[in-house]
Ligand binder design. Structure first.
Ligand code: AVI
Length: 324
C-alpha cells in the first residue's frame, strides 16, 4: 500500500446494494418483523440524526459532548502518547474532534457506512489537524472488518473509539460479540473508549425518543422512504406511525413503525404482507448501568480501566484495555 503522509486517504469497503435488499427481505419475512437500524443513515437519515442531536429532549449528545469537553485532557493522559484512534461510526465527528485535539494521536481512522458524510468529516479533520494522518474507511463496522495497513504510523497502541452510545443499538448478545471483535482489532496493549447511555427514569427516556417536533418520528419513517426509493417497495408511508417506548424489563428503548392498515408490497421477488396494527421493530437502544457495562466488557475479554460520568449521571464514557 502507498505510504500515507499526513493528509487524507479514503477506502471504500461498503458491501454492495444486494446486502440491503437481502437484509430488508429477511427482516420483513420474520414472524416479528424487524429492520436493521444501520439502514437509517442514508443522506436524509444522517441529516435527521444530526437534527435529533440538537433536539432539547435528546440529552445524550449534549451530555457526552460536555463530558468529553470537560474530561478529554484527563482521558488523553490515561491513553498516553502516539495512539492510533480508530472510530466506529464517526458520523459528523463532533466528539472525536474533542478527543483528537486533546490526545494528538498519530493517526485517525474514521469508519462509517454513510459515504458522503464520512468523506466530508475526514476532509474536515485533515484540514483542521495538518499533522494528523486521516485514513477514512467506508464500511459496515457491524460485520468483521479488514482495516488498511496501519503499521507505518508506528503507533504505541490502537484505541477503538465508539462514542454516542451506538453500542446500545446492538442487543446485549450482539454487543458482547461486537466488543470481542473490537478487542481483537485493538490488539495487545490496545484499548477502547466507549460512550454508553446510562439507565434512568422512563419519562426522560420516552421524551428523548419522542421529541415534540417529530424529528425522531421522521427519522424512523425515513427508513420506509429509503426502502421505497432504493428497492421500489411501494409502502404507504403515511399509513405508518412512529412508536418508541422504554421497555424496562429489557433495559432498552424500542422504536417501531406501526402500520395503521393492511399493506401488501413486493420487495425483490418477495411479496410482503403487513396487517393493520402490525409493527416493524426498527431499533433497540439499550441502556446500561456502569456495573452492567463493565461486566459485559469483562465477558468480552477487556479490563475496565476507568470511566467518566457527567455531573447529572446521564452518560458514561468507559475506558477498557487489552492486556499485553
Ligand atoms: C445512534 N444511536 C445511538 C441513537 C440512539 O439514541 O439509539 C439513534 C437514535 N434513534 C433515535 N434517536 C436517536
Amino acid at each position: 500500500m502507498a505510504r500515507i503522509s499526513p493528509g487524507f486517504a479514503f477506502y471504500d469497503r461498503l458491501p454492495d446494494a444486494g446486502s440491503f435488499l437481502h437484509d430488508v427481505v429477511c427482516g420483513l419475512s420474520r414472524p416479528r418483523k424487524e429492520l436493521p437500524p444501520k439502514y437509517f443513515y442514508d443522506e436524509r437519515g444522517s441529516a435527521l440524526f444530526e437534527a435529533i442531536c440538537e433536539a432539547p429532549e435528546y440529552y445524550l449528545t449534549r451530555a457526552e459532548t460536555s463530558l468529553m469537553t470537560a474530561r478529554a485532557g484527563e482521558m488523553a493522559r490515561r491513553l498516553g502518547p502516539r495512539c492510533a484512534v480508530i472510530e466506529y461510526g464517526s458520523g459528523s465527528g463532533r466528539k472525536s474532534r474533542i478527543l483528537v485535539a486533546a490526545l494528538k494521536p498519530v493517526a485517525y481512522v474514521p469508519i462509517d457506512i454513510a459515504r458522503d458524510q464520512l468523506r466530508a468529516t475526514a476532509a474536515g479533520f485533515a484540514a483542521e489537524f495538518p499533522n494528523l494522518a486521516v485514513v477514512a474507511v467506508c464500511a459496515d463496522y457491524s460485520r468483521p472488518l479488514a482495516l488498511p495497513e496501519l503499521d507505518q504510523f508506528a503507533a504505541r497502541r490502537r484505541i477503538i473509539y465508539f462514542p454516542g452510545s451506538t453500542i446500545g443499538n446492538f442487543t446485549v448478545t450482539e454487543a458482547a460479540v461486537f466488543l470481542a471483535n473490537a478487542r481483537g482489532l485493538a490488539g495487545a496493549g490496545g484499548g477502547m473508549l466507549v460512550g454508553v447511555d446510562l439507565k434512568k427514569d422512563a419519562v426522560r427516556l420516552n421524551a428523548a425518543y419522542n421529541d415534540a417536533r417529530g424529528v425522531t418520528a421522521e427519522f424512523n419513517l425515513n427508513l420506509l422512504r429509503r426502502i421505497n426509493r432504493e428497492l421500489g417497495a411501494g409502502f404507504d408511508v403515511g399509513a405508518f406511525r412512529h412508536h418508541a417506548f422504554y421497555n424496562a424489563a429489557r433495559g432498552r428503548v424500542e422504536m417501531h413503525l406501526l402500520s395503521l392498515k393492511e399493506q401488501r408490497v413486493k420487495i425483490g421477488a418477495r411479496a410482503i404482507r403487513i396487517r393493520a396494527g402490525e409493527s416493524i421493530h426498527t431499533e433497540n437502544s439499550c441502556k446500561y448501568s456502569v456495573d452492567e457495562f463493565r461486566r459485559l466488557a469483562i465477558g468480552a475479554g477487556f479490563r475496565p480501566a476507568g470511566f467518566w460520568c457527567d455531573p447529572e449521571r446521564l452518560f458514561a464514557v468507559h475506558y477498557l484495555t487489552v492486556s499485553d
